[in-house]
Ligand binder design. Structure first.
Ligand code: SF4
Ligand code: SF4
Length: 332
């Protein structure tokens, strides 16, 4: 069903939906950005369309609505443990095509990679997606090169005009919430980005020994920002928190981890791999565009460009992929 409705009517529908759903969308938080006088655009619960940031790319991805940065897995005492009570409300998340493709990557890691993760599954079973069309490409995006610029995998597709909100509602459960006039339209998607990458298809394990990674030994400061903004990074670390008033009680949390940050590869006995920052860059890069593909048949990176947006050292991941390709070409 494709319809057009006013913003007031759309907000009325959101209000009704809130009885059953928590609604998340990118929101601009003024002056909360990393640098002076910059905003932070992150996913927050919203109640009206006016709160949604449509003009700019979100700095953090919608991943945090399904996989919180910090999540309590269970509480424990000396004798027993208890899982936190779970939120049963459904989720409606507004996001762009690349981020819907990114959810497929998280599903691969958390649901189709041996034992499924019950915490992620609980969130995944409750979520529906509203695709925000992209009229034009943002800076650093290379979704077209990665084939993630378009998707049909949504419950509602949304296009905003000056006069109305156009909706392509595919999910029959959601039809009842929206009343509007039938309209023919297509959800926007970009067909070209300024940034283009060529992912090499002929890489051998020898690239791991290339000198190209040494450039990043000094340039990368191992801050981990590129991992934390990435919609497809799925690593976490475990933390046991013991309460101060009774040290026999506490909680186990999982917290997002970064393969760039010191300590990620620490092992018993004081051993640690990938001490050089360039080796960490190599590990991340080859995971995103080589070994994930080798294992599952498609690349992990969706080309959202957030890592390039966030890096304080102006390290460009898209340039890194193109350098890898040059290496592959030279080996031919
Ligand atoms: S462009 Fe960067 S942040 Fe986006 S999916 Fe690829 S590696 Fe992750
Ligand atoms: S954001 Fe840049 S400097 Fe920080 S870990 Fe990633 S590549 Fe290194």
């Amino acid at each position: 069903m494709k319809i057009g409705l006013s913003r007031e009517s759309f907000n009325g529908s959101l209000k009704q939906l809130q009885e059953e759903y928590r609604i998340y969308a990118p929101v601009s938080m003024a002056f909360k950005g990393t640098f002076s006088d910059t905003d932070s655009i992150r996913y927050k619960e919203i109640t009206t369309i006016e709160e949604i940031e449509f003009e700019r790319k979100s700095h953090f991805s919608p991943k945090e609505t399904l996989l919180p940065i910090t999540q309590v897995l269970f509480y424990f005492t000396e004798d027993e443990y208890k899982e936190p009570s779970s939120d049963e409300k459904k989720l409606l998340v507004f996001l762009r095509a690349c981020d819907i493709h990114a959810v497929k990557r998280i599903d691969q890691m958390y649901l189709k990679n041996g034992e499924l993760d019950p915490y992620y599954k609980h969130a995944r079973d409750r979520v529906k997606f509203v695709l925000i069309g992209c009229e034009e490409s943002f800076r650093n995006c290379f979704c077209v090169s990665m084939g993630t610029n378009q998707t049909e995998d949504y419950s509602i597709g949304l296009k905003l005009t000056a006069e109305e909100v156009l909706l392509d509602i595919k999910d029959e459960d959601l039809n009842v919430y929206f009343v509007g006039e039938e309209k023919e339209f297509q959800v926007d998607y970009v067909t070209s980005n300024d940034t283009k990458v060529t992912v090499p298809d002929n890489l051998s394990g020898d690239v791991a020994k290339s000198d190209m990674w040494r450039e990043y030994d000094k340039r990368c400061i191992a801050c981990g920002k590129c991992n934390f903004v990435c919609p497809t990074c799925t690593c976490f670390a475990m933390q046991d928190i013991f309460y101060k008033d009774n040290e026999n009680n506490g909680e186990r949390r999982r917290v997002w981890a970064s393969c760039h940050v010191d300590g990620y590869t620490d092992m018993a006995g004081g051993h640690s791999f990938r001490k050089k920052h360039g080796d960490r860059m190599r590990y991340k890069t080859l995971h995103k565009v080589y070994d994930f593909n080798k294992r599952f048949g498609y690349h992990m990176c969706v080309g959202c460009g957030r890592c390039d947006d966030a890096c304080p050292q102006y390290i460009s991941f898209s340039t890194c992929i193109n350098k890898l390709n040059d290496l592959g070409e030279a080996e031919k």
